[in-house]
Design a protein around this ligand. Sequence first.
Ligand SMILES: *Cc1c(COP(=O)(O)O)cnc(C)c1O
Length: 397
Amino acid sequence: MANNIPEPGIEESLLAPALDRHELHTPAFIYDEGRLLRHIARTRAALGDGSAKLLFALKAFTVADGLLHIAPRVDGFHASSLFEARLARQLLGRQGRVHLTTPGLRPGEFDEICELCDHVSFNSVSQWEALRTAARGRIGCGLRLNPQRSFVDDERYDPCRRHSKLGAPLEQVVEIVRDSPERLEGISGLLIHGNCDSTDFLPLLETVRHVGARLGGWLAQIRWINLGGGYLFREASDLGPLHETLELLRSRHGMEVFFEPGASIVREAGYLVSTVLDIFPSEGKRIAVLDTSVNHMPEVFEYQLHPPVAGDIAGGPHRYLLAGATCLAGDMFGDYAFSEPLHVGSRLVFESAGAYSLVKAHMFNGVNLPAVYALSEAGELVLKKRFLYEDFSARWS
Ligand SMILES: *Cc1c(COP(=O)(O)O)cnc(C)c1O
């Protein structure tokens, strides 16, 4: 079943005319409300008949007004910490579920986490054993499982890498189920998040089959399963294995199924707009210094990501090495080619900048954070937040 419907380029989107009409403070982070809603609708459509629950993973994008736009269209939020859980509950009110998992659960925070969350997936058997008494009767207790099936090339992004800290290794759980199953009494859910940016759902099906084969009859005590994020629902070309996974979990095991994607919903719903500050030659290349930095899109530096820039065309005659504004030599976005020359004052739009960008941005060198705008469904840019010197100084005083 085909599913991949690409978003139009920004020239055909609401963004291009909005940028022509509005003066912007740059750098600017823009989230596109129409795209957020479309991406959620398409994710729901990919999940089929609507019986799988959709949560949004807050860690990918945490702008409160954007989350308020998302909230009525999802079944809840996924949180990675007490602070995220507080924000999730504040935005959802009593409506909607909050699921939490983290390797760094602090005993002193657990009471409040139980007040805020519906489900907590403990990251290890020892974490569960330390907190099971405190959790009893207050939350749905799950165990994060490391299925020990690896599908990601870069181990820095692979939850199932060797010696992973993310989840109880499946073979440890198999042993406990065989030798002392009472240790897992009270666990009624599982969380499996084992991939990264995958457009192929076969790894999910293979993982779930493998877990089913290894845990067998013990799964009768499991009422819900959260299959995490790590999959790009809209870009997937074949939804067959996803539907087969859902069918297996529901018909064979009778489980309620959750997904909690982040990037798949927000990555292509965000842009980073920057202004060229300076252009000069450097040993055969032209450097264009921007008023942003890789610290506003950390995956460029961490992951050698080459983010798409509007107007960049293969073989374009005007080539630039786009560079960030900080003192770090490696603060570079890479080589880009345009049909028209850039000038000091030109605006550049990084596309697919909605996920894991603003949430990880910082003010190294005192370079200001991007101002935050919403692009409304009517095509207007609405300023949501501007950072000031006071935000910088408050952190250091
Ligand atoms: C990061 C994460 C997600 C969201 O992942 P995406 O790759 O953004 O879809 C969901 N669940 C867990 C447990 C995660 O660690």
